[in-house]
Design a protein around this ligand. Structure first.
Ligand SMILES: [Zn+2]
Length: 467
């Protein structure tokens, strides 16, 4: 049958296709689809993939030791979707209730299949239907979209005006590739323990701003599986925000501005707004260790000149550069940083020192992801096809302890299930694995939402009793 590709206009609503860094094969942290990919609607699925052909013979799940190739990613993903993916809690999260509501039934899910086929506008009645479809299709990536005025799978049969996005979590995407101009250890899609601290700072700063400045409390932080983090703000007030309000929030949070050609990207007032003051406090805890000692931005002329470019006074730049050239390697980064602070002095100089710290450490947000209500974002509990690590939740209160290299891979999880020997007591498969602490974070988060939903219902019925 003919597969009708989506129009370019509707693609650009939700996809970032203008970033030359991104490639389709990279399965980055955001939705990206090459023009040549096949994009189909969810309602065409049964014709393209008859269910009978896709139902896997689950012979390897008969309870005995599995006869499967430990390195076969397709088999490992199958085990993950059958035995570990938290369908019920996941449903409760996106449904904001225990019985199905429009929050779930009118929610768009999109799937990327191993064949690079990209299926948009899937929607499901409940957790069970979602589970069956995921197990049938074995998507290599799941994206979550908006809640619409109608069921996304009915999109083709209804008038465009009757199919509008109405709600979605307020989301943030922070990607390490946006830190290439300030990190010296890695570039592109690579990360190491030395640069991950940039993500820790981002979580601390954005989490505090969202809670303290905006009063949000239901924040789900998730590791994107490779090189970044996502934040899902799930308070009802956040879900109902218009595109304009989302844009205002991004603008409020944005401090680093200007493209590659602009050396100085931060302009701070002399007296800091309380929010920036709080951010500065966090930056101070990390700056020396991360930027001076780990990233070593003052060790080599190539890197220290980037820092000096931020200083507007030409004479100061010259003085410091020649001093550092002479003292060369005997002078530590800490001493050079003191030199810089002394040279630019107090008053205005103090503002400049802060601006350098912000430019080197303050979060860099992918604003497009946040501003559009219908922008899709990769789902938690996806598995990154390159790292094979699960996109697990991160406890923001303990984000300093989060280590992306300790996040379990599919092969590790499969091994843990097989090697588990906990006696007769029946427990959920995830409890046999190192996924357990991450599931606990997710459970606690969703429990918080369920409690609030219950309380809201009680309040509503109390109000209706009064009349
Ligand atoms: Zn690194």
């Amino acid at each position: 049958m003919a597969v009708e590709p989506m129009s370019l206009a509707s693609q650009s609503e939700v996809m970032d296709t203008d970033d030359p860094k991104e490639e389709v094969s990279d399965y980055g942290d955001d939705v990206m689809v090459d023009g040549d990919d096949i994009i189909i609607n969810g309602d065409e699925l049964d014709q393209i993939f008859p269910p009978a052909k896709l139902d896997p013979p689950p012979t390897f799940l008969n309870g005995s030791k599995m006869q499967l190739d430990e390195n076969d990613p397709i088999m490992l993903l199958r085990v993950f979707y059958q035995r570990l993916f938290p369908y019920k809690t996941y449903f409760q999260w996106l449904n904001y209730d225990t019985a199905p509501t429009k929050n779930f039934t009118n929610r768009e899910f999109s799937f990327t299949l191993a064949s690079d086929v990209y299926i948009r506008y899937n929607s499901f009645q409940d957790a069970d239907e979602l589970r069956k479809e995921i197990n049938k299709l074995q998507p290599v990536k799941i994206d979550i979209g908006a809640i619409y005025t109608a069921r996304p799978k009915d999109k083709k049969t209804i008038r465009p005006q009757a199919f509008q996005p109405v709600e979605k979590e307020l989301v943030f995407d922070i990607d390490m590739t946006d830190y290439d101009e300030v990190r010296t250890c890695c570039s592109g899609g690579n990360i190491c323990e030395k640069c991950w601290e940039f993500m820790t700072i981002s979580i601390r700063i954005i989490d505090a701003a969202l809670r303290e400045d905006f009063g949000f409390s239901h924040l789900l932080w998730v590791y994107s599986g490779r090189r970044g983090v996502h934040c899902w703000v799930c308070d009802e007030r956040a879900r109902k925000l218009t595109n304009d309000s989302r844009k205002s929030i991004v603008q409020y949070l944005e401090v680093i501005k200007g493209g590659a050609q602009q050396a100085k990207k931060v302009k701070l007032p002399t007296i800091l707004h309380p929010s920036l003051k709080r951010s500065l406090g966090i930056l101070k805890e990390h700056f020396e260790g991360l930027v001076l000692n780990n990233q070593r931005v003052l060790d080599e002329p190539e890197n220290w000149n980037k820092v000096l470019q931020i200083v507007p006074d030409h004479a100061i730049r010259e003085t410091l550069d020649s001093k550092w050239q002479k003292s060369s390697r005997t002078n530590t980064a800490m001493l050079k940083w003191e030199d810089l602070k002394n040279e630019i002095g107090d008053g205005k100089g103090e503002v400049l020192v802060r601006e350098i710290m912000f430019q080197y450490c303050y979060p860099r947000l992918d604003e497009k992801v946040t501003m559009q209500i219908n922008h899709l974002l990769k789902s938690p509990f996806c598995v990154h096809p390159k790292t094979n690590r699960v996109c697990v939740p991160i406890d923001p209160a303990r984000c300093k302890d989060f280590d992306p290299f300790k996040v379990p891979t599919l092969a590790q999880l499969n091994k843990e299930i097989n090697e588990y020997n906990g006696g007769e007591k029946r427990i959920a498969d995830y409890e046999k694995t190192s996924l357990k602490p991450y599931m606990k974070i997710f459970d606690d988060f969703v429990n918080g939402l369920m409690k609030e939903s219950l309380q809201n219902k009680k309040n509503e019925s109390a109000v209706s009793m009064e009349f």
